[in-house]
Write a protein that binds this ligand. Structure first.
Ligand SMILES: Cc1cc2nc3c(=O)[nH]c(=O)nc-3n(C[C@H](O)[C@H](O)[C@H](O)COP(=O)(O)O)c2cc1C
Length: 205
């Protein structure tokens, strides 16, 4: 099975990260995760879980939040662990997703500024021409945000805004989360049990 890097930066959207982790682990993929300091603060506010910064404890807490035990494995790295496997291009991965992605992380990745392990792993993913998906969240978007997204797209990254569709008639917050995460996993080439595909308007009637 594959190995994916999951970066979690300090934008709102921790539930997207948790569901992405669940989808990857459940599909049998290994995950190397890194969360920024601001990301941990967002997790505390949005999920009510304090991630201590201890890699083993954070891995256990994240798997608990995702309510998944395997078959894939989760390894968490601390944000300043520049000796981590994912800091090197010689360490093979199948791609990386940054979900949620702050505008700060987006800007630094767009400009090759590897100020922490999350940004370094994204830089490595781009230079190795592997799949990099960013799920940036801000509103409204300023010109600098938009320009950075163009630069990243030109460099080969994919931008997936966390913008759920309503045409499948979501009934719960989980449906809205799944409509975003289903597409993220789809773009990573990972089959998600919860991705609902459009099969035509007739099916809705
Ligand atoms: C609850 C909360 C929500 C936030 N939401 C966003 C957001 O949606 N987008 C964003 O760019 N920054 C958001 N921020 C601000 C970032 O966390 C802040 O800019 C931080 O420096 C980002 O650091 P990082 O890129 O290392 O994760 C939020 C902060 C908090 C505490």
């Amino acid at each position: 099975m594959g190995l994916f890097v999951l970066g979690m930066a300090g934008a709102t959207g921790a539930p997207y990260a948790v569901r992405t982790l669940e989808g990857l682990i459940e599909a049998g993929h290994d995950v190397s995760a890194v969360i920024s300091d601001a990301g941990r603060r967002v997790f505390e506010i949005e999920m009510g879980t304090t991630l201590s910064g201890n890699p083993e404890a954070d891995a256990a807490d994240l798997l608990g939040l995702a309510n998944v035990e395997g078959p894939g494995n989760l390894t968490v790295f601390t944000i300043n662990d520049y000796a981590a496997t994912i800091a090197s291009g010689s360490h093979k991965t199948d791609g990386m997703v940054v979900v949620p992605c702050s505008m700060g992380a987006l800007a630094r990745i767009a400009n090759g500024i590897s100020s922490n392990l999350l940004e370094r792993a994204a830089d490595v993913t781009l230079k190795e021409r592997r799949k990099l998906i960013l799920v940036p969240r801000e509103m409204p978007l300023g010109l600098i945000h938009l320009r950075n997204m163009v630069s990243l797209t030109e460099a080969g990254a994919e931008i997936i805004p966390p913008a759920p569709g309503f045409y499948l008639r979501p009934e719960s917050m989980q449906d809205l989360i799944d409509s975003v995460v289903g597409r993220i996993l789809d773009r990573l080439g990972v089959e998600a049990s919860f991705l609902k595909r459009w099969t035509g308007a007739e099916e809705m009637e």
